[in-house]
Design a protein around this ligand. Sequence first.
Ligand code: TYM
Length: 320
Amino acid sequence: MRVLSGIQPTGRFHWGNYFGAIKQYIELQHEHDGYYFIADLHALTTIRDPSLLRANVRDAALDLLALGLDPSKATLFVQSHIPEVSELYWILMTGAPLGLLERCVAFKDKEARGIKADAGLFTYPVLMAADILAYDSQCVPVGEDQNQHIEVCRDLARSFNAQFADTFVMPTARIVKDTAKVPGTDGQKMSKSYDNTLGLFEDAKELRKKIMRISTDSRPMEEPKDPDTDHLYQLYSLFATDEQRQEVRAIYERGGFGYGDIKKRLADAADAFLNPLRARRAELASDDAYVAKALEDGAHRARKVAREVLSRVQKACGLT
Ligand code: TYM
């Protein structure tokens, strides 16, 4: 099965990115044909500083490799290294109804927060569709927030296939229920735009401080509490073993505990998980040649597929 997903290099990756998406990439790479890319063209809708974008792409590659993406198993590449995708984007734009794009929540949300929309932001889901369709992707592992964009992709593919020849493979989103929407420090969805993130590779001391500041309610300590509606418990359960989870569930249900104790447990569990990854990342950071070679090989493999798909598309719609 061809699995594909992308991630924007708009800042350092957070727990939501990992547990919602990257963890799936890494699990699926063993059994399936994985294509994973750093979406630098999408990032241009927000980053307008060339050296920052370049640095972020390198950081994203290092993070993905340190987290366990293996270039000998999966194809890792940078979105803009495959120019075929941009041509496919235009072709799909010519059949994209404005109403469909106007309904996209990600766009409406940014507009509502006063971020001035340009055509790039508005047509962002069409570029995503091109990313997915260019590689005959069947499965797209993502967090819940990307589901609507994958529906748009399916709509565009379906209407192209109906209008011209049967050209595109129909992709399906893969969303893991328990980690589809990882909460941030304030209980809302973890997101760079909400300034509520916990970073995967941020400084260990800073991270611990942020964990200790996670918002909690002010109910009395002795009152029993429902772990399933508590974002601190949700965050803890990302790292905890089954046994640890059962233990903490019992504490919630019994009452008579302080949130500070749970936060300490969370910080310890996160540290135990992140420490080996931090070490691996530091090692990789001193091997620029390895990272560059992984991205170069990845682009080479990805481009071969995208060329074939684009040529099929061009033929279908009469571009010679
Ligand atoms: P991006 O960079 O915003 O996010 C990358 C991935 O992380 C997931 N994610 C979350 N999952 C669970 N809980 C959260 N709090 C959370 N925050 C982020 C996202 O759902 C995503 O899977 N448009 C995409 C990048 C992209 C793409 C594609 C993805 C470009 N082309 C083609 C799939 C297929 C994006 O902005 O992801």
